[in-house]
Design a protein around this ligand. Structure first.
Ligand code: C5P
Length: 394
């Protein structure tokens, strides 16, 4: 995410302490953060904490005389690229939904020119309370983005919906707030990561794949407004926020999960490095090592997930990947035709594997579209922009 100016509103919930970590993550990533707090937020965490973490003055009072024009509510939003209220209490959501301007944060929201997101934080009954649900629906209808809330244990000891998302998840979602919603209303299914083909309960064979490109694409599709399902083989990556996640192990289990999910999706993006073969004679028990006697593995072919989806009678729009070590474009073009996919993303395996950046070429009916080398987030956004332009208009 390119460096941005972020306005962070903090209202009075226990989760305010998590916003301190969010400020730290944002500042560490090179963003500028202006913090505005409600009076009740200052009862949970003091402005000094946020001042120290952001390195900037913190605003609480609508009548703060520090801004040059004496109008903190105008001054702070004019320099912001986006405005996030986290935690957002049930009370601030109600006041926002009704256009109240009775404190600095609600006045900032009314006077803003940038996108607004809220991260609700409250007890599960307060979240489910019909007036709160009406307020959330109203805010969504007004174009406000709602991050979460999460499900889990709450400060009051109860378990349910209403937890504020974790700072890392809010950090992840904030990057998408300013993205064009080119995939709004689309449902995208992706595969990512390697597959793991068991030899016995403790051993297996796998492909080298970090999952970074597939996860970046899942995020880019989500940020472009799509509903996203990610079916992933084993990776060490954190799950993208607000993406439906299904864990898969072997190619067969990934194939089954994809076939079950695919009827509910308009787009299928196959990024996973699926093992071409599995062990036909896998053992249900751990193989004992017998000195001088190496076991012989018999391999059998795995289903081609992408080809089977592309061959479905009502196939979604399919995107494939080709990682080749040589003759990249010739192999990639052949693969596009063989698997019958309208869009194929080609990259050199030795450049892409595990790296944070990537140099790709897009292949479609109109030919080859090389993209400059960029990080995987940038590459994912470029793929999404190209893909969005190819989808049938509805
Ligand atoms: O044939 P190859 O593995 O090079 O093709 C790569 C493309 O096909 C990728 O999009 C990959 O996710 C997909 N694929 C698949 N199922 C397989 C093998 C590859 O979906 N068994």
């Amino acid at each position: 995410m390119t460096a941005q100016h972020i306005l962070l509103g903090i209202t009075g919930g226990v989760a305010a302490y998590k916003s301190a970590e969010l400020v730290r993550l944002l500042v560490k990533a090179g963003h500028t953060v202006d913090v505005a707090m409600s009076e009740s937020a200052t009862r949970f965490v003091t402005p000094v904490t946020f001042q120290a973490l952001s390195g900037r003055p913190v605003y609480v009072d609508l009548w703060d005389a520090r801004p040059d024009n004496n109008m903190a509510h105008i001054e702070l939003t004019r320099r912001a690229d986006c405005f996030l209220i986290a935690p957002a209490t049930a009370d601030v959501l109600a006041r926002l939904a009704h256009g109240h301007c009775d404190d600095l944060i609600t006045t900032l929201a009314a006077a803003r020119t940038c996108p607004l997101a809220v991260a609700p934080a409250m007890n599960k009954q307060m979240w489910d309370n019909p007036p709160n649900q009406r307020n959330i629906a109203q805010l969504r209808a007004d174009g406000v983005t709602v991050f979460g809330p999460g499900h889990g244990e709450q400060a009051c000891g109860e378990v349910g919906d209403g937890r504020m998302l974790e700072p890392e998840q809010l950090f992840d979602l904030l990057a998408g707030l300013t993205q064009a919603k080119t995939l709004a209303g689309r449902r995208v299914l992706l595969t990512a990561g390697p597959t793991f083909e068991p030899i016995d309960p403790v051993r297996g064979i796998t492909n080298l794949s970090s999952g970074k490109m597939g996860y970046a694409l899942a995020r880019a599709c989500r940020d472009a407004g799509a509903e996203v399902t990610l079916i992933s083989g084993p990776t060490a990556l954190p799950r993208p926020a607000e993406v439906r996640f299904i864990a898969a192990g072997s190619a067969l289990s990934m194939h089954a999960a994809v076939m079950e999910a695919v009827p509910h999706h308009d787009v299928f993006i196959a990024v996973a490095a699926v093992a071409d073969y599995r062990v036909a004679n896998a053992s249900a028990e751990k193989l004992k090592k017998t000195p001088g006697q190496a076991p012989t593995l018999t391999l059998t072919e795995n289903p081609d997930i992408l080809a089977s989806v592309a061959a479905l009678p009502s196939a979604p729009f399919c995107v494939g990947f080709a990682a080749e070590s040589h003759n990249l474009l010739a192999h990639a073009q052949a693969k596009r035709e063989r698997k019958r996919v309208p869009l194929l993303v080609a990259n050199l395996a030795q450049h892409a594997m595990g790296a944070d950046d990537n140099e790709i070429v897009l292949l479609d009916d109109h030919g080859q579209h090389p993209l400059p080398r960029m990080d995987k987030t940038g590459a994912a956004r470029a793929i999404v922009a190209h893909l969005a332009g190819m989808l049938p208009i509805r």
